[in-house]
Ligand binder design. Structure first.
Ligand code: 3HC
Length: 302
């Protein structure tokens, strides 16, 4: 039995050891920042990966980014050229969603848009074998609302990677209300095979990571908006005063201001709490096409 948002009731044996499904093949849907990083780490961990996106040009760009990032790791002796070439050879690019059909797990990393993701989940549910796990890299959309687009709620789960995926150790694993123990243990085991560390969250808006991170970034934007300090000084305080690797406004640019805005909206609507209301600077900058690093301009110019 679980309560709303999949919170276990007292007495639920959430730690019970259950079967783990064998995962031999992986599909990643979406070759953007997160999707290409996810394909990168699975290919390096020796999984054959099919990376699916809607257009050849997106796939070419994703492959170029993966190659650059692997070269960067090779230059730092994290990889050998042989390992890099073997990993790249495990990567197949496809513009057809049907090519995900043979995979044991599909990891969806499409843009943070509920309708788009629900549509993808409904299509994947039809295309893939009944045993296939459908995972989402969503940063805040409820797992339950994606599971509801399928007839396999027990095989739907969140696997939320952090940017830059090849570097960041965490994978936040989100159990939906119907996610089975087998699906959870499989996602957890895969995370460990990637050399990453899993942390489990129940299905609340923003999960753990963005429920805590986004209010901090939002508060930094309000501080800038209200003239408390310059962007540089806000970032310097958090970087040097709190030992964060990046200041919050630099990090917002790194994540993407459109993504930050979308997550804040999910938090505000999900909790019906105005404390999550996005600072107007996000709408302003996004409407000017200042999406952060990916568009060359955000809080900062790149
Ligand atoms: N692929 C492979 N390697 C990469 C990489 C990539 N995409 N990006 C950086 N690296 C490597 C570099 O080669 C370097 O390797 P080294 O330590 O062996 O020299 C190392 O990572 C550090 O990179 P740099 O020297 O270029 O720069 P920094 O020292 O400034 O580190 C950073 C960059 C790792 C991005 C660091 O600034 C950082 O940790 N920033 C915070 C990132 C963060 O908070 N991410 C989470 C965002 S929230 C999220 O993703 C959730 C979403 O839902 C919003």
């Amino acid at each position: 039995m679980t309560l709303e948002h999949g919170v276990p009731e007292k007495g639920d044996n959430v730690a019970c050891i259950s079967k783990v499904m064998d995962v031999a093949t992986v599909a990643v849907i979406g070759g953007g920042t997160m999707g290409n990083g996810i394909a990168h780490v699975f290919a390096l961990a020796r999984f054959p990966v099919v990376l699916v996106d809607t257009k050849e040009e997106f796939l070419k760009r994703a492959l170029a980014t993966i190659t650059d990032n692997m070269r960067r790791q090779t230059a730092k002796s994290i990889l050998t050229p042989t390992l890099m070439n073997e990993a790249l050879a495990r990567l197949k690019l496809s513009a057809k969603l049907e090519d995900a059909a043979q995979s044991d797990i599909v990891i969806e990393a499409a843009p943070e848009n509920l309708d788009l993701k629900r549509d993808l989940f409904a299509k994947l549910d039809n295309i893939c074998a009944p045993r296939t796990i459908l995972a989402t890299n969503t940063s805040s959309i409820p797992i339950a609302s994606l599971a509801a687009a399928t007839k396999r709620g027990d095989r739907v789960i969140g696997m939320h990677f952090m940017n830059p995926v090849p570097v960041m150790k965490l994978v936040e694993i989100i159990r939906g209300r119907a996610t089975s123990d087998e699906t959870y243990e499989t996602a957890r085991g895969l995370t460990l095979k990637l050399g990453k560390v899993p942390a489990c969250s129940n299905d609340f808006p923003g999960f753990i990571s963005n429920r805590i991170l986004m209010p901090m970034i939002n508060e930094a934007a309000w501080a800038l908006h209200q003239g408390v300090a310059t962007k540089e000084d806000i970032d310097t305080v958090m970087k040097l005063g709190m030992n964060h690797p990046m200041g919050p406004l630099t990090l917002a640019d790194y994540i993407g201001l459109d993504t930050c805005l979308a997550i804040l909206k999910v938090l505000e609507e999900g909790f019906k709490d105005p404390k999550y209301k996005a600072c107007p600077l996000f709408e302003q900058l996004v409407s000017q096409g200042r999406l952060g690093r990916k568009s060359g301009k955000g809080f900062y110019d790149y």
